[in-house]
Design a protein around this ligand. Sequence first.
Ligand code: GRF
Length: 200
Amino acid sequence: MKKTRLAVFVSGSGTNLQAIIDAGIPTVEIVLVLSNNPGAYALERAKKHGIPAVAADHKNFPGREEYEKHVLGLLEPYNVDLIALAGFMRILSPHFVKAYKNRIVNIHPALLPSFPGMHAARQALESGVKFTGCTVHFVDEGVDSGPIILQAVVPVRDDDDEESLLERIHKEEHRIYPEALKFIASGKFRIEGKRVLAAS
Ligand code: GRF
């Protein structure tokens, strides 16, 4: 069976990348790790595992269009089936999203559609919710608004601060991201509007 050729886009530490590597999903091959931040520790993680790792620094380009053109060019020789955003701190334009329609996924540290955007754990604390969590979703033209693939719930404790809550959310992220990628690689699903449904 052909493996799904996965590119992982990162900007920072890359603990989700590590979780995906460690999961060793038999149907998924990580063919490229790309970071917009040349100093991202995630690049080191990739190299340690012999995975091609490239820095594509957005600061070297005059605008989003030129930057994304460069990234699309970098991807081309790798024949990428799927892109997983794992802490990638750049918004992708509708043009890029269209080029990989329903083939880009993201992990977000909240139960979407609650708390999209930045500082999701802080938003959860400030809103007073008793449960938050994390979400793996397809990327569409909006911000954290695409069809939801998998979610995990994390209770908010009375003594939580942003850091403690995020730490527990991360543990769940590391569990569900590989699971979601395995599910997508199986191809046994369909997307109906906003819903991702398991194919029978
Ligand atoms: C995660 O919290 C993820 O939800 C968010 O960015 C963070 C990435 O962390 N999109 P890491 O680089 O995988 O450690």
